[in-house]
Design a protein around this ligand. Structure first.
Ligand SMILES: N[C@@H](CCC(=O)N[C@@H](CS)C(=O)NCC(=O)O)C(=O)O
Length: 259
């Protein structure tokens, strides 16, 4: 089976799917697209503007990391991305959905907010990618791209400050899932991939990395995504936002991790 995977370099849902293809030892061709421009390309090819998108050798086309992971499991059942045990499977499905619907946008917002402040760091996310335009040109467009992505994804300053207040709760939830073996079990599953990729992207932010580094969530991300492009230096996001988040009412609440 051969397939073509359409990605934006550094995109975490794309990384999740790419890792799934490797877990299943499936050969694929990867096509790197540039952020914002990818929207038009994807819309034309798939009818939906996001990455990842995949074209199977049958001609079948699919976008959306969750849908692609599900389809990969149908087409190539071994090794499975969902556990055989019914109860554990339900937990993994729930965690994977949270990883896509809750954590994924948080990581995306934080990265674009940081890149808007330091657009020079954007090219670090394209390391190892084969860009469709000369790198010099891509670098020139970085500032405009970051500003557009901040608008597209609603990554305004108040959004980011709220994300930073919520982040410890998200990390506590992930650590609890690891504790219950929903994540980081003996076999990699769909939730490891969705959540691991989101945390791994967050680890590329020098300002956020210290909040994650020593935690089980950080180890999970590095285990499944040892290599990940991109780095935004510490000090890019205002330090006052982190102080404010750590002293907020939200930070004093016991994280709700009843799973
Ligand atoms: N939940 C979807 C989201 C896909 C998504 O939004 N991908 C981003 C890149 S990480 C994208 O293409 N955004 C559109 C844009 O940037 O214009 C998935 O997991 O596939």
């Amino acid at each position: 089976m051969t397939m073509t995977l359409y990605v934006v370099p550094g995109s975490h849902p794309c990384a999740a799917v790419e890792r799934a293809l490797r877990v299943k030892a499936l050969p694929y061709e990867r096509v790197d697209l540039l952020p914002v421009a990818h929207n038009f390309v994807q819309r034309r090819r798939f009818g939906a503007g996001t990455v990842p998108g995949i074209v199977f050798d049958s001609g079948e086309k699919l976008t959306g990391s969750a849908a692609i992971l599900r389809r990969l499991d149908e087409l190539v059942p071994e090794p499975p991305l969902l556990p055989g045990d019914r109860l554990m499977r339900a937990e993994v499905v729930q965690a994977a959905r949270w990883g896509e619907e809750v954590l994924q946008p948080v990581a995306r917002r934080l990265v674009w907010a940081a890149l808007k402040r330091d657009s020079g760091a954007m090219m670090s996310y394209t390391e190892g990618a084969r860009l469709p335009v000369p790198r010099r040109l891509a670098a020139l467009a970085a500032g405009g791209v970051a500003a557009a992505e901040v608008r597209i994804h609603g990554a305004s300053d108040p959004d980011i400050r709220a994300d930073l207040v919520n982040l410890p709760h998200h990390l506590a939830r992930i650590d609890a899932w690891i504790d219950n073996s929903v994540l980081a079990g003996s076999a990699v599953n769909a939730a490891d991939l969705q959540i691991g990729a989101g945390v791994r992207l967050l680890l590329t932010l020098g300002d956020v990395e210290p909040l994650i580094a020593g935690r089980p969530a950080g180890a999970l991300a590095r285990r499944h995504f040892p290599e990940y492009p991109g780095h935004v230096p510490k000090g890019t996001l205002p330090a006052s936002w982190f102080r404010e988040a750590s002293t907020s009412v939200g930070a004093r609440l016991v994280p709700d991790v009843t799973l």
